[in-house]
Design a protein around this ligand. Structure first.
Ligand code: ZN
Length: 130
């Protein structure tokens, strides 16, 4: 099953936890693993704090400083910074599912990370029973 995520900035972290929860619920599977995977080479999936929005802005500020948008990259499309960020963050996360609930810590949320927006993105959610 796929989730659609609309981003509205060049780099952005969007909390998709509730959409993932809803998708998992619709499968009817109550135990196993939830695989959440970005279907893009310039957008990642990560798990981090979703209580204080300052965490998102600090992460983006830092990653954009470490990997600048323009650094004489060779890739003709001009978005190498986004490709590099995705390789560092990784495209997916795997979350345990127990008794119908994803096992996440109190402050943990699932984020789609936009690194070359704004765009409409797709995230695949696969529940592996077990
Ligand atoms: Zn590219």
């Amino acid at each position: 099953m796929q989730i659609s995520v609309k981003t509205n900035a060049r780099t952005q972290m969007i909390d998709i936890t509730s959409q993932v929860k809803q998708t998992v619920k619709e499968t009817g599977i109550r135990d196993g693993l939830v695989h959440v995977c970005s279907m893009h080479t310039t957008g990642a999936v990560t798990i981090n704090e979703n209580a204080d929005p300052a965490v998102e802005s600090d992460i983006l500020k830092t990653i954009n400083r470490v990997i600048p948008f323009d650094d004489n990259f060779r890739h003709m499309e001009g978005n190498s910074a986004a490709h590099i960020k995705v390789s560092l963050f990784g495209p997916s996360e795997l979350i345990p599912l127990e008794n119908g609930s994803m096992v996440l810590g109190t402050w943990q949320g699932i984020f789609f990370c936009e690194f070359d927006g704004p765009r409409t993105r797709r995230v695949n959610v696969k529940v592996i029973p077990g």
